[in-house]
Structure formats: C-alpha cells, structure tokens
Design a protein around this ligand. Structure first.
Ligand SMILES: [Fe+2]
Length: 230
C-alpha cells in the first residue's frame, strides 16, 4: 500500500479523481516520519480503512498537510481518522474551506519550525490560479511538488482534453510547469526569488502528485523545469 521512496518517506497512489471539465487525475500522497516518530501526511488521497491502517503502522500521525489551494478534497476524512493531528495548509485555503479547522498555516515560520532541519518549505504564492507550498526532505534529498510540476502519459487524456493537456505542456518529454500556471504569476521577479530558493536545495529525487517521480539528478531536472522563468 505504501512504497518506500527514501529514508523515512513513503508514497501511496490513490484512486483517480475527476476535476474541472472532466479531466481525470491520478492521485498520490506521501508520508514523512519525523525523528520523534511523528508523521506528516502530505496531500492525502481518499481514506480507505486499509490506507488509514497502513499509515498508523508507519508512526504516529501528527500533521495533515494540504500543500496547495487545490488539494483539499480528503482533508476532512483524514482529520476524522486522526482527530489529534494538526491540519496545516496555505492561508488562502482557509477562505475556500471554512469548514476545515486549520491548526496553522504553512506561511508561518512558527508552524514549520516544528519540522526544523527535517522538512524545509518554500511558499510559491503570487499566482492567480493557486498557491503551492513546495517541500524538501533533506534525509532523502526529495523535493515535493503537488501541481506546480506535473506529467501525464501521452495516452492518459484523449480527444479535446488531450489537445488541451498538450498545449498546457502536461504531456511533454518530462514533467513540466503547466503553461496556465506560468502565465498566472503576477510578479516574475518575486517568483524567481522563491524558485531560486528551491533550486538551491541539493535535490536528488522529485515527487509530484501527478506523474512518475524523478529518481536522480533532481536539481538539474528542476533547473530545466523552471528555465522559462529565467
Ligand atoms: Fe492536483
């Protein structure tokens, strides 16, 4: 159910979800175990009893994280499974999901200080479509993206959706920043500063919510993925 992706890092692929305009997306969640045994549940997929049980076997679920303003569909069911866990997300998500009791926001240094030295993050905001928080897990050298970089097999979308996905750079030779996100940054200089911090990480592997992960030379991959910004 969970595949080990690196030391103290696991991933699990969930059921396909249908988003706006009938676009179908594969889903993926990740779990990071902190040194004290606490678990950070990143971008949870639909919570089946088996999946919830598998998480419990990895450690003590302590944080449930919505990494961007688009991935929030399953937060509530995980919160019901683990009522003692804190739910964190970008501040803008609280406006969209006022029904969710956020314990803190990922923009706040005091919130992420709890993971100091074990998980780093850069808030990529200033985008008209979404705010995404990109994480780095130094123990496994893994940068963790949600939607800001994505990739689909050529056969995944068909008909007009395939045409849209190709125009949006979602089905190229390697994972990419969809064009709709590239043009939605209002201040490119500010975005370069944020992405510049991401590019400094000694990234080996790169995870995405949608698309096959990059397993090596992640820092070089990320430089290619953001070349359009520079
Ligand atoms: Fe997504």
């Amino acid at each position: 159910m969970f595949k080990e992706f690196g030391p103290s890092l696991w991933i699990s692929d969930g059921p396909v979800v249908t988003a706006n305009m009938g676009f179908r997306y594969p889903t993926r969640m990740a779990v990071i175990r902190l040194k004290d045994g606490g678990l950070v549940i990143w971008s949870p997929v639909a919570a089946s009893p088996a999946l919830v049980g598998a998480v419990t076997s990895l450690g003590a679920p302590r944080f449930i994280v919505a990494p961007n303003t688009l991935h929030h569909l399953f937060l509530q069911e995980w919160a019901e499974s683990f009522p003692a866990a804190d739910i964190f997300g970008p501040r803008a998500l609280a406006q969209k999901r006022s029904d969710i009791a956020f314990a803190g926001f990922l923009e706040d240094e005091a919130v992420v200080a709890q993971w100091s030295g074990e998980i780093e993050r850069v808030v990529v905001d200033g985008n008209r479509i979404m705010t995404e928080v990109v994480f780095f897990h130094p123990d496994s050298g893994t940068a963790i993206f949600t939607d800001l970089i994505q990739h689909f097999e050529r056969s995944w979308f068909s008909g007009w959706r395939g045409a849209v996905a190709r125009l949006d750079a979602m089905q190229g030779a390697e994972p990419a920043v969809p064009r709709k996100f590239r043009v939605a940054f209002s201040d490119r200089a500010a975005t370069r500063e944020k992405v510049g911090r991401i590019l400094q990480w000694p990234t080996v592997q790169v995870l995405f919510a949608h698309g096959a992960p990059v397993r090596r030379d992640g820092q070089a991959f990320l430089k290619r993925a953001f070349a359009w910004l520079y």
